[in-house]
Write a protein that binds this ligand. Structure first.
Ligand SMILES: [Cu+2]
Length: 121
């Protein structure tokens, strides 16, 4: 893939999902890992700092579709921090939470596949 195609596909990803997937060796060292395996997110609960890279790794041999949504203190759902990312088998991607709060990561394909991410300052 040449540089122009790379930039074009990154811009397309940004337009679709509101973020640019990042995958560098350096980030692997500092990312918090959430694994998708056997139709479960592991760990079920995770605390991260705001702005800290969270890497989602799909170890299942099939797709997941992840949405990360803020859970409001009084109940209900707030803003969507990660919109319906297609997690291809054997791939990973990174996202960040920009605002403190409690978030739910949910697979839109597999009912009951959820985990909690708490973002602190
Ligand atoms: Cu799934």
């Amino acid at each position: 893939m040449n540089i122009r195609m790379t930039i074009t596909s990154m811009l397309a990803a940004w337009a679709l999902f509101g973020f640019v997937p990042v995958a560098t060796a350096h980030e692997d060292e500092v990312s918090t890992i959430i694994t998708e395996e056997d139709i479960e997110y592991t760990p079920e609960e995770q605390v991260v700092h705001v702005g800290h890279p969270i890497r989602v790794v799909n170890k299942d041999p099939f797709e997941h579709k992840s949405r990360v949504t803020e859970q409001l203190v009084g109940g209900g759902l707030g803003h969507i921090a990660l919109k319906d990312h297609i997690d291809k088998p054997g791939t990973s991607y990174t996202f960040k939470l920009d605002k403190p709060g409690t978030y739910e990561i949910r697979c839109l394909i597999h009912d009951g596949m959820t985990a909690t991410i708490k973002a602190i300052q």
